[in-house]
Design a protein around this ligand. Structure first.
Ligand code: GLU
Length: 507
């Protein structure tokens, strides 16, 4: 029987989710939805030393913001929980025991100090110590100690670990759905710790047991886990559960903008772009990291950008809604080589999604920013304003930069424009126009323009000579949307007042 597709995102709560982690979640989500399957969130918190408070909540909120809502998992319910590994602690022991009983694992009693000595000695020989088939026979474990001694040590409560006994000289081969055939020789691999005497499994055992118990069919994770794959495959085999083992896929790294090396938070700090989805305040240092949401990115832009980091649809299409991504996504079209991150592209996507919004939608997003400044505009008017400046914006916050003059008089005037355009008779001309404006009763852009044009013709003034000074008076600079629209929107009184201010301030 064909198994229902079930995938999981299995982060460890050791800090904020990096955008690479979000991409892993996204590809899992897309794969699940594409195949009518389930997307699970499992929190892998077996390493309590690395636990960072708030990280789990951060992960959950990030997934929600991105629209990657799990079908099951911590915070989302489900029949195969608990989905937090620390709460599953009692479930793992029997798997560790079965590995011991069947000779696939062994107890090791070497203390941290002893292992450290070996490490140092190896270092002195310019070598690296590894607990493996070459060294295990000289160490303190159930392979070298007598059965009596082992049980005495266990009985006395001495601390131990259970290690996987990596078989000798075996070729572990698998088909990675992204990488194709991958093979490892077990002689290169060490005897990883699977379980500790405090009753907690390590990542490897917990990960495999949970993928099995949660009926995971496909493991889609970052490239950094590829070296763990042979151990995981051997664990399935040794536990006798290979039949239900998932297929593996390892996603390519996300690379720095310059193309070499893994993208890090430091690159973001240095070059001024976020690597985290949401604002993160480090609980220890209090440092605040910038983030996509707080920098003003739309989640749909963030997701669209991430989807194309390592995956391509094989067509020219660049803009994808979540539904379109689900429709087009194909794991076999994910590349093996690293995907270079381009911060400019992220902005470009944001610009696109901002242009897709209606002025009314954007006005609603802009309004809180205005309210914060104590400005409470008429909503219909705000929609009109936004419609006029939207095209020039990448982010909602740009609306202020492009349109602040709709809400407040300029605080200064562009010097260069004054130098170029403010002639000895400019004040006189502006005064005449100000007087003309005061006589206009139907204060509509169309009417203002008509009356103004007739006036200009009558005076035989050239448009260019007065238009720039008027604009300077109204907005403080030499560019912006249609001048008569601005006049209408700020109102007759304000228009006249600003022209008068400019006359008295600029000479
Ligand atoms: N807990 C691992 C991580 O933090 C999960 C790796 C996996 O998906 O197997 O990435």
């Amino acid at each position: 029987m064909e198994r229902k597709v079930r995938v999981r995102f299995a982060p460890s709560p050791t800090g904020p989710l990096h955008m690479g982690g979000v991409r892993t979640a996204l590809f899992n989500y897309l794969f699940a939805k594409k195949h009518g399957g389930d997307f699970l969130l499992r929190i892998e918190d077996t390493d309590q030393n690395r636990y960072v408070p708030g990280a789990e909540e951060y992960i959950i909120e990030s997934l929600k913001w991105c629209g990657l809502v799990p079908d099951e998992g911590v915070g989302f319910g489900g029949d195969l929980g608990p989905y937090r590994q620390s709460e599953r602690k009692p479930m793992y022991k029997k798997y560790a025991d079965s590995l011991i009983d069947n000779g696939f694992a062994y107890y090791a009693f070497d203390t941290a100090e002893e292992l450290d000595e070996f490490r140092k000695a190896a270092e002195a020989r310019k070598d690296v110590f590894s607990y493996d088939l070459h060294t295990r026979n000289g160490l303190k474990n159930s392979l070298t100690l007598s059965a009596e001694e082992v049980s005495a040590r266990l009985q006395s409560g001495q601390s131990y670990v259970i290690r996987f006994k990596m078989p000798e000289n075996r070729e572990v081969v698998d088909e990675d759905l992204i990488r194709g055939r991958v093979s490892f020789n077990t002689n290169q691999l060490d005897d990883k710790v699977l379980f500790k005497s405090d009753g907690m499994p390590t990542y490897h055992l917990a990960n495999v047991v949970d993928d099995y118990l949660m009926r995971i069919t496909h493991v889609i994770r970052g490239e950094e886990w590829l070296p763990s794959m042979p151990l995981h495959i051997l664990l399935y085999e040794s536990l006798g559960i290979s039949e239900n083992r998932p297929c593996f896929s390892h996603l390519p790294l996300i690379l720095k903008p310059e193309g070499k090396g893994k993208l890090s938070k430091r690159d973001g700090d240095k070059m001024g772009f976020p690597v985290f989805p949401l604002l993160w305040k480090d609980p220890e240092t209090g440092d605040v990291s910038r983030s996509y949401r707080e920098d003003g990115y739309f989640p749909e832009a963030f997701i669209n950008m991430l989807a194309l980091l390592g995956w391509s649809p094989g067509t020219e299409q660049e803009f994808f809604s979540m539904d379109e991504l689900i429709e087009s996504f194909d794991l076999t079209r994910v590349v093996k080589s690293g995907a270079r991150f381009d911060p400019g592209k992220a902005k470009w996507f944001n610009r696109h999604y901002l242009q897709q919004k209606t002025p009314a939608e954007l006005a609603a997003l802009f309004l809180p920013m205005l309210n914060e400044k104590g400005i409470t505009p008429d909503l219909q008017k705000l929609g009109r304003i936004v419609g006029m400046i939207q095209e020039r914006c990448e982010f909602v916050k740009d609306l202020w930069e492009q349109g602040h003059f709709f809400f407040q008089a300029p605080e200064s005037y562009d010097e260069k424009t004054i130098q170029k355009k403010w002639k000895p008779d400019t004040n006189e001309k502006l005064q005449a126009i100000s007087t003309l404006f005061e006589t206009i009763s139907d204060w509509k852009a169309e009417t203002i323009k008509e009356i103004f044009s007739a006036f200009m013709t009558e005076k035989e003034w050239v448009f260019g000579v007065v238009m720039v000074p008027i604009r300077l008076a109204l907005v403080g600079g030499s560019s912006g949307p249609d001048l008569f629209e601005i006049c209408e929107l700020i109102g007759k009184e304000e228009t006249v007042r600003r022209i008068q201010s400019a006359i008295s301030l600029i000479n």
